[in-house]
Design a protein around this ligand. Sequence first.
Ligand SMILES: *[C@@H]1O[C@H](CO)[C@@H](O)[C@H](O)[C@H]1NC(C)=O
Length: 305
Amino acid sequence: MVGSPPFMRGFSMREELLRLSCTIISLLAMVAIVLPFCASSVLAADIEDQTYITWSQDHVKMLDAEKAIQITLDSASGSGFASNQKFLYGSISMEIKLMAGDSAGTVTAYYLSSEINDEFDFEFLGNVSGQPYLLQTNVYSNGTSGREHRVNLWFDPAADYHTYSFLWNKYHTVFFADSIPIRIFANNQALGVPYISRPMRVYASLWNGEYWATRFGQDKINWTHAPFVASFRNFTVDACIWQGQDSECSASTSSNLWWEKTGYQALSSEQASMFETVQNEYTVYDYCKDVKRYPIQPAECSHEV
Ligand SMILES: *[C@@H]1O[C@H](CO)[C@@H](O)[C@H](O)[C@H]1NC(C)=O
């Protein structure tokens, strides 16, 4: 399971560019040049300053001088945290390291949610010792979900931190694992499919999903292996911060923001080929192909990319 697949090539360059643009934006902010149309922001500060605990204070711990958060699940409780801010469009990423060894029945979730009806989920489904995690993604739009997609990862997500991110703009939402696109939810409003256009907070949690998570609920949590822990760090946001009803996030001028520009409205050809590899070689479940469950294919399935 460990190693780099061939489609990793050429990625550091893009990462560098991304980092450079973030640096430039930070520098602009530092010299207090505030562009009226630009409500974006980079938050790469201590994770503790950017988040609050949503669930079970005594199961959450700061690590590495407040740079990382560790959340815990034991027989008493799971735990979780969320971003202080709400965002509407942009780029959001987090490094996550999962628990090694027996994690059967646990679910580590990292998601964006509007609290009403809209959600983008990464859900890491644990497994018994030696067996691989599954990464499930799902999308709720205007209350409709049932859009599960599952991949086997090409690395061990418990051996080290890996980066999981969302690129969310008016054209599509792309889920990335280490900058490899693994899932796309396109804006198919033209087909009558609601798109996600409400402000959302970033959430993370670790919880007991033993009734469904591992081999569809066959492997339960072994509490003698508790506490289960997941660690999060480098929470990085370059997104429009929601500031209430008159927020500029959804204004037409937001087309000046980098994530709405041409290069981000569709995958590059390189990304498209990586995405295809993920679909062909790593995907183990795709609701769009589940004809038993959906005899009539959901409208967005014919226009996923
Ligand atoms: C757990 O391991 C089994 C056996 O390798 C595999 O079939 C399953 O997809 C893995 N993941 C989950 C979440 O069940």
